[in-house]
Structure formats: C-alpha cells, structure tokens
Design a protein. Sequence first.
Length: 204
Amino acid sequence: MADIKEVIKKVREKSKKRNFVQTFDLIVNLRDIDLRKPENRMNEILELPHGKGKETNIVVFSDTLKDLDVPVMTSKDIEDIAKDKRASKKLAKNTDFFLAEPKLMPVVGRFLGRYLAPRGKMPKPLGSDVKKVIESYRKSIRIKVKNSPVVQCPVGSEKMKDDEIEENIKAVLEFLEHKLPKGRNNIKNVYLKLTMGKPERLEV
C-alpha cells in the first residue's frame, strides 16, 4: 500500500481553509459484487481505533437507566414521539446509533420501526456494561453497502493527527477485506477527501 500519510498530507495541503472542522472521508469503490443478493449488502458498525473526531449522536431506549451522558427515551417517550411524524423522522436522521434495553426492542419496532428500519438504524440491544457499550459506540462508524457498490465513511477530522487518521483508514480497509466475499479482490479503488476537498487516490 502506498504511504497513507503522504496522501493525508496532500489532502490537507490541497484543501482550502473552511470556517468549520472538515471530516476526512474514505471512499471505497467495489467491483464484482452483486448487490441484488441480500448477503452482499452491508450495514455494519465498526469501532475506529481513534474515533471519527466529531461527536457521535447516541440515543438509549430504557425505562430504568438514568444519569447517562446521552439522551434516554422511555417507552412513553417512544409512544409520544411516534405520534409526530416530523419529529420521528428528525430523530432518525440526526441520531447515529440507537441502543435499547432488550425488553424495549419490540416497543421501538412497533412505534418507530417505520422510521428507523429504512435507514438501517434499528437499535442494538444493550448489554450489562452500559457505559462501556456507549463508549464503544462513541468511537464507531456505520459501514453501508446497499444500492451502489461504494462505501463512504468518516475516518477522522482535520483536528486529528495524521497517525490517528492513518490507523483508522487501515482499520476500515482490514474490516472490508474480512467482510467482502472476495476480500481485497472486491476493492476496485480507494480515495480520501476532506468534506469540501477533492479526492486523492490511495493505492491498495
């Protein structure tokens, strides 16, 4: 693989200064993969070694948990917001990950499934160590392949060190190699860009 750090530096140098913190996006174009087959589609969650460098929006569905530093919605809250179509759509759009107590999964499905399922955002069940799970999701991204053979995901922000972004990129590529039917042979090419910048090719 070509020196990822060199490409990161090139992307930084070629990008104009913006009045917001830009995100490094990794674009992986795939080949020889039939997306008509459900088993070839992907909606996976990957914990990055250094997180994506920006806040991750997490909502927990629970009737018992309190004092978490993320929003918690009770079963009553779920029923109430489901009555407001616009609010439900906004919740689905603006939240990266939903986590739920196992017993509330059917409630979420019944009232909010129509908004979350099409976005691939149905909640994941919470385990016993709730805070540890939340911390893991704070550093996580969603990797999706649905209608077109391309993966685009954040791998860091301008504020992060080049070493951290490099490790995140490697983590995504290794993850894809394990998940794709033909591994690296399914990867056509890879590009890196900043939010408002032009893509630079990574050799893989």
